[in-house]
Write a protein that binds this ligand. Structure first.
Ligand code: NI
Length: 169
């Protein structure tokens, strides 16, 4: 947080299935894995392109956590399916060590392309919808603290959730 690239609107990808795009995705994948993240957007590694990846597997430590399939999503477009929103805790790899309560649309249709240029079209809700909205915000130059409505819900992980290991987006 503080790097100007995180405040820019990212450019759309124009060519699919290229070595450059594959290299970017590999770099994002490695970074997300090394930092134990739930998702990451290209601007978070300094590349202002409309590329996000996300995914949350089954974790025995969090049996109640919803699974999100691993997805590589390019040039995404979001379409909320109603005005309903819900509050939830979020963290971010670009705002390390912190958490805040952010309102997000409950149900969402998202469209975009995979790295080969094949269309992706899904309607999702809950945690999956939250992760997608968080990642796509990165492409619009928006970080989650900008969406917190009550800053009293913003703080350090060890103060808010002592002793817990948390994943970031
Ligand atoms: Ni993030």
């Amino acid at each position: 947080m503080g790097d100007p690239v995180l405040l820019q609107v990212a450019k759309p990808v124009e060519q699919f299935d290229t070595p450059e795009l594959q290299a970017l995705l590999q770099d994002m994948k490695d970074t997300m894995a090394a930092l134990n993240g739930a998702g990451i957007a290209a601007p978070q590694i300094g590349v202002s392109l409309q590329v996000v990846i996300f995914g949350v597997g089954k974790n025995p430590r969090y049996p109640q956590a919803e699974e999100v399939p691993y997805t590589e999503l390019i040039n995404p477009v979001l379409e909320p399916q109603s005005d309903a929103m819900e509050d939830g805790w979020e963290g971010c790899l670009s705002v390390p060590g912190m958490r805040g309560v952010v309102p997000r649309y409950t149900k969402l249709r998202y469209r975009g392309f995979d790295p080969q240029g094949r269309p992706i079209d899904r309607t999702v809700d809950g945690f999956h919808a939250r992760v997608v909205q968080h990642e796509v915000d990165h492409l619009l130059g928006i970080l989650y603290p900008m969406r917190i409505r009550d800053l009293r819900t913003f703080g350090f992980n060890e103060a808010l959730f002592p002793g817990q290991q948390l994943v970031d987006d």
